[in-house]
Design a protein around this ligand. Structure first.
Ligand code: DSN
Length: 408
C-alpha cells in the first residue's frame, strides 16, 4: 500500500480489481505467489552487484553472492543443467546473449517464422536477430500445421546454419528435441532451445526437456514457470564462460538482484509436487478447452495442443482475431489476436486468437470449468455485434471468478 501516493495507489487498485474479475487467457501471463512478490519488493532492490559471485565490481556482496548461487543451484537441480545464468533481464536479452556467444554477425541462423509460432528474436527482420544474422525461417507444414522434421533437416543441410534457434510463442505441439539434436549434428550447428513458454511444464516433466540435447536453453521466468518477470539461460559447461561474458559485460550491467531472489523462490516452488500437479492441470485444462471449442464449431491450429496454449482459427465464425479479442475483453475474457500459419489476413487483423491456461489454472479452474469458458467465448463470437451479450457475460464471469482466490 503506497499511502503517500494516492494517485498511483488508485491505479494499482484498479489493475488488481481488473485482474481478479476477468478470465486471463493470455498464455504468457500468470499469477506469482506472495513469496515471489515479497522477494521482488525486498531490500535487494537497493543493491548493485555487477559481475558474478566471487568476482564483483562493487563491495558489499557477501549475502548477494549467496542469493545468486542459491538461484543458480536451484535452476541446475530443477532442470538437470550443467550451468545456469540467472542474470538476464528478460527473454530477449537472454536470446541475444546466446547468439553473441555462439555466432558472429553475418552467420546463418535458423528459427521458426512468426506465423509458424516463432518469436521476433528467432530471426525476424525487424529484430536484432534478423538484422545482424542471415536468418532463414523454417515454417510448419501447411497441411498438418506442425513441424516437418524431414523438411527441417533438408533445409538445415542446405543452409548450414551456425545456430538452430528453436522455440515458439504460439506453437502448441511438443518438440522432438532428440531429432533436432540429430539434425544439428548433421549440419554442424549449435542447437539452442527457447522454452520461454513451456519452462514450467518442462520443469514439472509434463513437456519434453531440451536440456540433455541442446547446447543452450533460454527462457523467460514469468510464464508457466510462474516466477518474476525475467530471463534465464541454461547451458553445457563448455559454453558457460562465453555465455556468462555475453550477459555481463557483453549486454547488461548490474543484475536485478531482487529479481534473482524472486527467481530463487519460484524455482523452489517449481520443485514441489504441488507444482507438478499444477502443471499437469494446465495441460489438461488446455486440452479440454481446445476440445470444447472444437465441439462448438471452431478449429484449433494443428488440431489440438500438447501444452498450455492453442491458436484458434476464427474464420468459421467470420470474425477476425482483433475484433474477437476486443469483444472478448469487453466480455471479461482477455486474450490476444494471433496469426494462424499461412494466414491470408494481415498481422494487425489476423484470423486467430491465442488462448492459454496458466493463469486460470493458478486461479483454481479445472477441466470441469472448461465447457463454461468455451461457452462464453463462443457466445461472444456468435453475437459479435451485440453489446448486451458482452455486458451480460462480463457479469457472469465476474460472479463466477469470485469463488476463486487470487493470491497464493
Ligand atoms: N510476448 C511473449 C508472448 O506473449 O508470447 C513472448 O515474448
Amino acid at each position: 500500500m503506497i499511502t503517500y501516493d494516492d494517485e498511483l495507489q488508485t491505479l494499482l487498485d484498479e489493475e488488481e480489481a481488473r485482474q481478479k474479475s476477468v478470465l486471463r487467457l493470455i498464455p504468457s501471463e500468470n499469477i506469482v505467489s506472495d513469496g515471489v512478490r515479497e522477494a521482488l519488493g525486498s531490500v535487494l532492490v537497493n543493491k548493485y552487484s555487477e559481475g558474478y559471485p566471487g568476482k564483483r565490481y562493487y563491495q558489499g556482496q557477501a549475502v548477494l553472492d549467496k542469493v545468486e548461487r542459491l538461484a543458480q543451484s536451484r535452476a541446475k537441480a530443477l532442470f538437470g543443467a550443467e550451468h545456469a545464468n540467472v542474470q538476464s533481464y528478460s527473454g530477449s536479452p537472454a536470446n541475444m546473449a546466446v547468439y553473441m556467444a555462439l555466432c558472429a554477425p553475418g552467420d546463418t541462423i535458423i528459427g521458426l517464422g512468426l506465423n509458424s509460432g516463432g518469436h521476433l528474436t528467432h530471426g525476424r527482420n525487424v529484430n536484432f536477430s534478423g538484422k545482424l544474422y542471415n536468418a532463414q525461417p523454417i515454417e510448419v507444414n501447411p497441411e498438418t500445421e506442425a513441424l516437418d522434421y524431414d523438411e527441417i533437416e533438408r533445409q538445415c543441410i542446405e543452409a548450414k546454419p551456425k545456430v538452430m534457434f528453436i522455440g515458439t510463442t504460439s506453437y502448441s505441439r511438443a518438440f522432438d528435441f532428440a531429432r533436432l539434436r540429430d539434425i544439428a549434428d548433421k549440419c554442424g550447428a549449435y542447437l539452442v532451445a527457447d522454452i520461454a513458454h513451456v519452462a514450467g511444464l518442462v520443469a514439472a516433466g509434463v513437456y519434453p526437456s531440451p536440456v540433455p540435447y541442446a547446447d543452450a536453453v533460454t527462457m523467460t521466468t514469468h510464464k508457466t514457470l510462474r516466477g518474476p518477470r525475467g530471463g534465464m539461460i541454461l547451458c553445457k559447461e563448455k559454453h558457460a564462460k562465453a555465455i556468462d561474458r555475453t550477459v555481463f559485460p557483453g549486454i547488461q550491467g548490474g543484475p536485478h538482484m531482487n529479481q534473482v531472489a524472486a527467481l530463487a523462490v519460484a524455482l523452489k516452488e517449481a520443485a514441489t509436487d504441488d507444482f507438478k500437479a499444477y502443471s499437469r492441470q494446465i495441460v489438461d485444462n488446455a486440452q479440454c478447452l481446445a476440445q470444447c471449442l472444437v465441439d462448438r464449431g471452431l478449429r484449433i491450429v494443428s488440431g489440438g495442443t500438447d501444452c498450455h496454449l492453442m491458436v484458434v482459427d476464427l474464420r468459421a465464425k467470420s470474425v477476425d482475431g482483433k475484433t474477437a479479442a476486443i469483444a472478448l475483453e469487453e466480455s471479461g475474457i482477455v486474450c490476444n489476436f494471433n496469426a494462424i500459419p499461412y494466414d491470408p489476413n494481415p498481422p494487425m487483423r489476423p484470423s486467430g486468437i491465442r488462448l492459454g491456461t496458466p493463469s486460470i489454472t493458478t486461479r483454481g479452474l479445472k477441466t470441469e470449468h472448461m465447457p463454461q469458458v468455451a461457452d462464453w467465448i463462443v457466445r461472444v463470437l456468435d453475437h459479435i455485434d451485440d453489446p448486451s451479450i458482452r455486458a451480460g457475460i462480463a457479469d457472469e464471469v465476474r460472479q463466477f471468478l469470485a469463488q476463486f482466490p487470487y493470491n497464493h
